[in-house]
Ligand binder design. Structure first.
Ligand SMILES: Cc1cc2nc3c(=O)[nH]c(=O)nc-3n(C[C@H](O)[C@H](O)[C@H](O)COP(=O)(O)O)c2cc1C
Length: 160
């Protein structure tokens, strides 16, 4: 059975809702899911012992800066300690498209995970406003990521 870790940081509960919705779809798809608030996870737990790690963070910037939801910021600062090189990662977050940097936290995460050699699967999910209004998009995204999660790695090429 494939195993997934979903870590989220959420101030008003939107990203937590999205994390639970994704977790629900993963469970339906037969994936063993652990959902964890970022406040309660050690950076070293993120990565290799899962087939995929999903990181979800809302954005808390202002006019000229991109900032993470406050609980998520320490994990971002520490992410080098996570074992994600060559590991599948998917990213999601909630934001407000009227802000200067819509879901800027997702953009920062995507860049950092790429720098560390993680494999970002699927286009990252950016939810604008109330997650309930984006339910169909979230479900489709979760199904796509679940499918990527369950795909076995290509077998090694046999040389004659
Ligand atoms: C002080 C403040 C700053 C924010 N900055 C941003 C931002 O830079 N970019 C963005 O997309 N959304 C921004 N938002 C919107 C939140 O990210 C959005 O409301 C989100 O749904 C909150 O999700 P959460 O409840 O999971 O924390 C900001 C909201 C507040 C209150």
């Amino acid at each position: 059975m494939a195993k997934a870790l979903i870590v989220f940081g959420s101030t008003t509960g939107n990203t937590a809702t999205v994390a639970r919705q994704i977790g629900h779809i993963f469970t339906q798809e037969g994936i063993d899911v652990r959902i964890q608030n970022v406040r309660t996870i050690k950076t070293e737990e993120v990565g290799r012992s899962f087939d995929i790690t999903l990181l979800g963070a809302s954005s808390r910037g202002n006019i000229d800066t991109i900032a993470f939801q406050e609980d998520f910021a320490p994990l971002y600062e520490d992410i080098r300690k996570a074992d994600i090189k060559n590991q599948k990662v998917a990213l999601f977050g909630c934001g407000d498209s009227t802000r200067e940097y819509f879901c800027g936290a997702v953009d920062l995460l995507q860049e950092k995970i790429g720098d560390l050699g993680g494999i970002v699967v699927n286009e990252s999910l950016r939810v604008d406003g109330d997650p309930q209004a984006a339910l169909a998009t979230i479900i489709q995204w979760a199904l796509d990521v679940a499918s990527e999660t369950c795909q076995a790695s290509a077998p090694p090429i046999q040389l004659e």
